[in-house]
Design a protein around this ligand. Sequence first.
Ligand code: AHG
Ligand code: MN
Ligand code: MN
Length: 326
Amino acid sequence: MAKPVTTLSEFIIEREKDFPYATGDLSQLLTSIRLAAKLVNREVNKAGLVNEILGETEQHSVNVQGERQQKLDVYANERFINAMRNQGAVCAVASEENDDHIVFNNPTSASGKYVVAIDPLDGSSNIDVNVSIGTIFSIYRRLDPGKVTVEDFLQPGNRQVAAGYVVYGSSTMLVYTTGNGVNGFTLDPSIGVFCLSHPNMRIPGDGKIYSVNEGNYFDFPANVRDYIDACKRRKFSARYIGSLVADFHRNLLKGGIYMYPGTTSKPNGKLRLVYEGNPLALLAEQAGGAATDGRTRILDIKPAQLHQRVPLFIGSPAMVEEVMQA
Ligand code: AHG
Ligand code: MN
Ligand code: MN
């Protein structure tokens, strides 16, 4: 007899019982993320066929980081924001693609308990070449029921209520945590349902994969260069997709370390603390891994700005420890 399948919606409802005072708002929020993920997945899958979805925006717009926006960046941003705007649990969203956070003033959402920070499309440079991309999200409880400010998004990562990502790859997966372990769901495209495929994910304590853009090697701090040299002497595998979500996901399953260190010209590296570093750090720790900026635990850093960058070393705990000691 076929094994019974647990769907993401069943799992969300099941887990709600773990929170004694749960009102169902977080479940509703995760449900809207699930819906947006399916819509984005549909577009990603036909990206090669329909050129309205490939390439840069017609306006050649740039986002707040000065990076060229791809059509899918904009599409994904709209889908995730609209899904949350319309369901009531979220009062504001901050996104990589918007300069400032967006407050929902519509009656359904104005009193929402949560704020969400998202990287709607991670790995944009891989869209046009059919390589895995992702979405990253981070959920906080709002600080003051009376008003929403940027401070709601500048809480340290250790205050996250939930975090997760979607990876649009050879299959599409949604992986998330509410602070009680990490679970992964694979989209069955024939029925459009996410099914629990990776219960209670644990990252191996040590690994043999290192993921870093070695093109920047000569600009890295000496300890990072030493660590990379040590990986090579041990004949570790170099694996770098250039989509943080996909690199992180592989290392979560197989064991490994992802590094985006500061460089001489960019001392804080490239990745963003609020919607890349923090959510992945929570997932890493919840799966038994570690995440630091080289000195400090990522989750203990108090963000000063929404789009602040942070050096990131994340993955198997023994490897993160070793690069910090190097
Ligand atoms: P995004 O597409 O959201 O801007 O993120 C791109 C990030 C991350 O996904 C990836 O790991 C990194 O940029 C790659 O940067 P390099 O090309 O500098 O290696
Ligand atoms: Mn990104
Ligand atoms: Mn992005």
